[in-house]
Design a protein around this ligand. Structure first.
Ligand code: TYD
Length: 220
């Protein structure tokens, strides 16, 4: 049994779907998530849009604690805090919603973020992240994950154009971001069926079309 074999698709009603979006800063996740949300609303699905870390009142407290930490956190502490927020989100929101019919749950970041950020960029190892997610419900995966791929230069330019104040991870340097990209590529090789890698340097419309084309039947 390899380190990733315990992961399995989350239980869902047959008419419902669990999707996640991944990518480094500037990849355009929020815009694409809104477009996919609208696509499903137009088809009369119930859509639950969530973000990680956060999405529950406990998770939002953890989000604040991590992203506005005044001191550098231990990588293992980070990994466990993200996992704690995720477990609560699964229990309170994701699993109850997926049990309903005609429901689409869309999460902005999920386990692959922990694999890329804490596992690879922080150097804990993706096997350690997999181990933290060994037990139910943390071993539940989305049916499909869209990894919006952009190169380092595009990420840098988009972040500069935004000009927002930087949070905990956005302060990291180029080599951290390079490792993140390697981390996501590693995830895509470990989970080739679930993860769809989309070229997010294209226009908003082109990226949206590429995503919709990948949606599984009968949701496409
Ligand atoms: P957020 O402001 O939501 O970033 P973004 O808009 O890029 O999604 O902040 C979440 C940050 O937390 C982001 O930098 C990625 C990081 N993160 C991890 O390091 N590990 C995780 O498991 C998750 C879910 C997020």
């Amino acid at each position: 049994m390899n380190s990733f074999d315990h992961f399995t698709s989350a239980p869902t009603h047959s008419s419902s779907l669990f999707l996640s979006f991944e990518g480094i800063e500037g990849s355009g996740k929020s815009t694409q998530i809104e477009l996919v949300e609208q696509y499903f609303k137009d088809k009369n699905y119930q859509v639950l849009k969530l973000r990680e870390p956060g999405g529950t009142s406990f998770g939002e407290k953890l989000r604040e604690a991590i992203l506005h930490s005044e001191t550098p956190l231990s990588s293992l502490a980070e990994a466990h805090l993200f996992a704690a927020s995720r477990a609560q989100l699964l229990k309170e929101k994701i699993l109850p919603a997926l049990a309903q019919e005609n429901t689409i749950v869309i999460v902005d970041r999920y386990i692959d973020s922990s694999m890329a950020y804490q596992g690879v960029a922080r150097g804990l190892g993706s096997e350690v992240i997999a181990e933290i997610h060994r037990h139910s419900p943390l071993n539940y995966m989305p049916q499909m994950t869209f990894y919006l791929y952009i190169d380092l230069e595009t990420s840098h330019q988009r972040q500069q154009a935004r000009g927002n104040t930087k949070d905990y991870f956005e302060k990291e340097n180029h080599s951290f971001y390079q490792h993140l990209i390697e981390g996501y590529d590693h995830c895509a090789s470990v989970f080739p069926t679930r993860i769809k890698k989309i070229d997010a340097t294209q226009s908003v419309e082109q990226v949206n079309q590429a995503i919709l084309k990948e949606l599984p039947h009968p949701w496409n």
